[in-house]
Design a protein around this ligand. Structure first.
Ligand code: NDP
Ligand code: 2IT
Length: 453
């Protein structure tokens, strides 16, 4: 089997040798689905795997804008429309200096299977820019977003492609993007999700990724006859996903003891309670400050600067029961994973996309801990985006309770589908295979039905 995987990957790598993140994401899926394809000769003959690794299209464009000093700035914008077999393209926009085609292709590729797992009719896409929002004024962010939309608007629409937030894109950016799309197209439509509540947004969408990751963990705990009550959690990141992960953990009687940003992490052994979380949210969302300030504000909290080039991240060496990597890709390497397992972490749920390196994934699977890969564990965000699309299409607004009940049901279904596929095709504890196979089969069969396109 590994020869078949290696041969397939050699062909993918030949086309895109300089896209390491994309190749990493593809290999993981190919390793999971290759044995299944051997039992599905029709899908094999139709070359579904060869087709699914090629995006429907990848759009790249110039974004020129003028900063507050009057200087012209030039950024690169992208939208990778990966697959529309089961619905309109759907996936976030990332604004971060590291953004390039490899990163957006890995994200768009994973989005295909994640979106299929949500049970909603949404295809896979991702986009963004190497624009760095750090240190930019609101006006600069608005000008950037408007110029980004000056090109993007041609390719998106409520029935074509519906972008949303990701790193560096939250309510503020979605507002600027939506306002400018409406200006250009003269159409008030559900073209973006994560909108404000007064103009077509859904309750619970801001909370959904973090809440969903915790609901998913609850399902993994139930499968072991356990609950999250009284458990201690490591959370990385301090943005949208991390914040609402902590909120839901608190509501369920668990305790988060860490938060981080790209400079370092805080360790708060007493736990990030409601009041401290409110402080952290204001710090990150309003003041747009650094997480280090949290350690200066509250007693008994330590701050550790993290060197991204070091061979491990000390955050993952803090003792706990649960871990929620919720910052960025490849933030947990093999050594970090070993530290987590050694310290007794038995549940890992990925709020971020592909936060664990392949070596780290192997450590979790070999240790047979409960490990929820990003495509499954963080699917609550995009699932609730799909609920926002449904409300927009109906000109309706559901209550908080309705959306939350839907989200919980969807996370239960995702866990169930991944666990069933793992049992049927792989090993019962292997939710990586389970999520990849369950997501893949739905899309693959849809592509097969629709002919060679
Ligand atoms: P935010 O922009 O709100 O927060 C990102 C957080 O991660 C910040 O604390 C940021 O620190 C940190 N971070 C970003 N890049 C790096 C890096 N290269 N190294 C270390 N830390 C970094 O983004 P989100 O919370 O929305 O996204 C976090 C993760 O969750 C991403 O992987 C995203 O793809 C994924 N995700 C998001 C969903 C959503 O609905 N928003 C849905 C599903 C997955 P700093 O402030 O220093 O940059
Ligand atoms: O990675 C993701 O699933 C997201 N950033 C959310 C995408 C969406 O369309 O809500």
């Amino acid at each position: 089997m590994s020869k078949q995987v290696d041969d397939f990957m050699a062909k993918v790598a030949e086309r895109d040798p300089n896209q390491p993140e994309f190749l990493q994401a593809v290999r993981e899926v190919v390793e999971s689905v290759m044995p299944v394809l051997d039992k599905e000769p029709a899908l094999k003959k139709a070359k579904i795997l060869e087709r699914i690794v090629e995006p429907d299209r990848a759009i790249q464009f110039r974004v020129a804008w003028v900063d507050d000093r009057g200087e012209v700035q030039v950024n690169r914008g992208f939208r990778v429309q990966f697959n529309s077999a089961i619905g309109p393209y759907k996936g976030g926009l990332r604004l971060h200096p590291s953004v390039n085609l490899s990163i957006l292709k890995f994200l768009g590729f994973e989005q295909i299977f994640k979106n299929a797992l949500t049970t909603r009719p949404i295809g896979g896409a991702k986009g963004g820019s190497d624009f760095d929002p750090k240190g930019k004024s609101d006006n600069e962010v608005m000008r950037f977003c408007q110029n980004f939309m000056n090109e993007l608007y041609r390719y998106i629409g409520a029935w074509t492609d519906v972008p949303a937030g990701d790193i560096g894109v939250g309510g503020r950016e979605i507002g600027y993007l939506f306002g400018h799309f409406k200006k250009l197209q003269n159409s008030f439509e559900g073209v973006l999700t994560g909108k404000g509540l007064n103009w077509g947004g859904s309750l619970i969408r801001p909370e959904a990724t973090g809440y969903g990751a915790v609901y998913f963990t609850q399902e993994m705990a139930k499968a072991r006859g356990e609950s999250l009550q009284g458990k201690t959690a490591l959370v990385s990141g301090s943005g949208n996903v991390a914040q609402y992960t902590v909120e839901k953990l608190n509501q369920l009687g668990a305790k988060a003891v860490t938060l981080s940003d790209s400079s370092g992490f805080i360790h708060d052994p007493a736990g990030v309670d409601r009041e401290k979380l409110a402080y952290a949210m204001n710090l990150k969302n309003v003041e747009r400050g650094r997480i280090e300030a949290y350690a200066k504000k509250f007693k008994g909290v330590t701050y550790t600067a993290v060197d991204p080039k070091a061979d491990s991240n000390p955050l993952w060496n803090v003792k706990a029961d649960l871990a929620f990597p919720s910052a960025t890709q490849n933030e947990v390497n093999g050594k970090d994973a070993k530290n987590l397992v050694k310290n007794g972490v038995r549940y890992v749920a990925e709020g971020a996309n592909m936060p664990t390196t392949p070596e780290g994934v192997r450590v979790f699977l070999e240790a047979k801990i409960s490990y929820g890969p990003g495509k499954a564990a963080n699917a609550g965000g995009v699932a609730t985006s799909a609920l926002e699309m449904t409300q927009n299409a109906q000109f309706a607004s559901w209550t908080r309770e309705e959306v939350d009940a839907n989200l919980q049901r969807i996370m239960q279904n995702i866990h169930g589908a991944a666990a069933d596929a793992a049992k049927r095709y792989s090993q019962p504890h292997n939710l990586v295979d389970g999520a990849n196979i369950a997501g893949f089969l739905k899309v693959a069969r849809s592509m097969f039905d629709q002919g060679v396109v």
